[in-house]
Design a protein around this ligand. Structure first.
Ligand code: CUA
Length: 325
């Protein structure tokens, strides 16, 4: 029975979205904590269950009442209390370490139904958004981090509780309206990692993901400088169509008249790996498909579908957005 139950759990370990494929200091600490807890729990289980089984098998009168009482007190109460207390202290000791020793950039990440707003610090200003202190350069659903540095993430939310988790790097940490939770993360290996929202937050909760891109410090600096620039193409048929249809009511494209603050900032949308909060690869075809039928691509999404627009308009908008690198 147990092996049948374990199979789905073990197959999940082979996906990149796993604490057991650690690429960050915090993920490694969480993995160690898991194994220590598991071993502690198994030892407690064997001792207490072993004693219980022994109690049902033992011949009456084999032990004095005093010996029986001693077994119950030491094996059933003292032993588990000591082991579980030790595990608790170990776990509690780890928690402050997840907020200590920041020596990298400060990045604000806001969980919003159903995507992640990301703001990078520029020239020492803390990067931040809406529910968090002002400043920074905005992007969406993609968090770049310098490898080997302890970056500080300020986590918040303007609507409901979300939760931030990048299994290979760090987390989980709740994103709670009205407060800022700090999480310090130290990625140890360059690469692209999956992150997800891990607090049920509405219809599209399961489709609220993001990517973490871990690069060298130089590549990180170059990325943030590039993101700080205004949009490269600020006119043309795609832009006109975008404005005529009121896309700017929700979206910003810095360097143009589009300054909506509800949806993702699209200033450098073409540079992102994914669209729709990590669920689709960022290609012109997928962008057009998303505009046409948002709710088909991502059920419960807040952005309305624009399938009523002429096909040429949708293609023009998608083409323009994809050029914004
Ligand atoms: Cu956001 Cu679940």
């Amino acid at each position: 029975m147990s092996s049948a139950l374990l199979l789905p759990a073990l197959s999940a370990c082979t996906s990149p979205q796993s604490t057991f494929t650690g690429a960050g200091l915090e993920a490694a600490q969480v993995e160690t904590l898991f194994w220590v807890m598991l071993v502690g729990a198994v030892v407690v289980w064997f001792v207490t269950v072993g004693l219980s089984v022994y109690a049902t098998k033992v011949r009456p009168g084999r032990h004095s009442e005093k010996t029986g009482l001693r077994l119950i007190v030491w094996g059933g109460a003292v032993f588990p209390t000591v082991v579980l207390s030790a595990l608790l202290v170990y776990g509690l000791k780890l928690m402050p370490e997840f907020r200590a020793g920041a020596n990298g950039p400060t990045i604000a990440v806001s969980g919003e139904r159903f995507w992640f707003r990301v703001a990078y610090a520029v020239e020492g200003e803390p990067g931040v958004v809406k529910s968090l202190p002002p400043g920074g350069v905005e992007s969406a659903n993609e968090i770049w981090l310098p490898v080997g540095r302890r970056s500080e993430l300020l986590l918040g939310s303007p609507d409901v509780i979300h939760s931030f988790w990048v299994p290979s790097i760090a987390g989980k940490m709740d994103m709670i309206p009205g407060r800022v939770n700090r999480l310090v993360v130290e990625p140890r290996k360059e690469g692209v990692y999956n992150g997800v929202c891990t607090e049920f937050c509405g219809d599209a909760h399961a489709e609220m993901g993001f990517r973490v891109v871990v690069v060298s410090q130089d590549a990180y600096d170059a990325y943030v400088s590039a993101q700080a620039e205004p949009a490269r193409i600020t006119s043309g048929p795609g832009y006109d169509t975008f404005m005529e249809n009121g896309c700017d009511a929700c979206h910003s494209v810095r360097g143009t008249a589009a300054d909506g603050a509800i949806g993702p900032d699209l200033t450098h949308m073409g540079s992102r790996l994914t669209i729709a909060a990590g669920i689709l690869e960022n290609t012109p075809t997928n962008v057009a498909q998303f505009i046409r039928a948002t709710d088909h691509v991502k059920q419960g999404v807040e952005m309305p579908a624009y399938g009523v627009l002429p096909e040429a308009d949708i293609v023009a908008i998608a083409a323009w957005l994809e050029q914004l690198k």
